[in-house]
Design a protein around this ligand. Sequence first.
Ligand SMILES: O=C(O)c1ccc[n+]([C@@H]2O[C@H](COP(=O)([O-])O)[C@@H](O)[C@H]2O)c1
Ligand SMILES: Cc1cc2nc[nH]c2cc1C
Length: 341
Amino acid sequence: MTRFDIPSPDAAAHAAALERLDGLVKPVGSLGRLEELAAWLCAASGQVPPPPIARPRVVVFAGDHGVSRLSAYPREITAAMVRVFLAGRSGVNVLAREVGAGVRVLDIAVDADLSDVPDAVRAHKIRRGSGSIDVEDALEPGEARLAFDVGRTVADAEIAEGADLLVPGDMGIGNTTVAAALVAAALGVPAEEVVGAGTGVDEAGRARKVEAVRAGLARAGSRVSDPFELLTALGSACAAATAGFLVQGAVRGVPVLLDGVFSGAAALVAAEIAPDAPRWWLAGHRSTEPSQAFALKALGLAPILDLGLRLGEGSGAVQAIPALRAARAVIADMGLLADLA
Ligand SMILES: O=C(O)c1ccc[n+]([C@@H]2O[C@H](COP(=O)([O-])O)[C@@H](O)[C@H]2O)c1
Ligand SMILES: Cc1cc2nc[nH]c2cc1C
């Protein structure tokens, strides 16, 4: 398997940041998590203070999932939402505008031809939909790698255009079942513990999702120990593309702010592909989906916000951007105890 060369964040900048934070006009440690984030940003940028976050970018990976019948909503919503993203009217569009983040949507595997949308949106399409993971592989051989490389290419393109913070977004009816399956497989956690209500199924609906995840795990067997086989058997084109996006952010030393359950699951698989990549990732928010909590714990990431969100799209992560900016402002602009009269 390809080895990815992931840079180390700057340990000296991190140490200098901690020293500076302790010298600011406040009791030591009193700005809590903001101090940790400030030091993290210093380490990532190699500068104390770190530069402002000037061009955060959300990329929404849109695609259908074979298990969409287990959702509270019909799969046609995925294609319809692509048009909403393009019209700037989705939840993440609105929330991203509030923080000055740009949003790009890509049709990775939407089960519709979308010939009316701009070519650039469809330029990276892998396939229409994915297999229903309880009874068949999500992807054909080779597609997981292809989609992973698409995610890497997209991250590179965003960075070339000046992105200094990458946010993975997801749009795909049924994708919480896939996320749960990936997390269950990667961590060996029982399906019952990772499956949540997704877009809002009742307990009987959740039980059907648990059954689908169990069936998928049984079908995939030992293949799940290889991350690309895992993506092929139990993932989706969007999961693979998201994983590639996350890994390439790390390769390029550009911070990535994870969103909800789908990017959490993709991150878990991405960390198997590139074990040092999580150094460049932060968790934007805590989703209500249980599998995200398992994924973040395994990655050693603590969510910045906990607002009870379960929308996806990158909508939670973008709301953590002001907290990152606050962290930078603190270390950049607060006075020093040493200067007290
Ligand atoms: O990220 C989350 O926390 C989250 C939780 C529940 C649902 N979603 C979104 O809802 C869709 C998947 O939910 P479902 O019920 O269709 O599996 C998909 O488009 C996700 O972006 C997202
Ligand atoms: C309307 C709608 C918008 C979404 N955005 C992300 N997942 C979604 C699911 C639905 C149903």
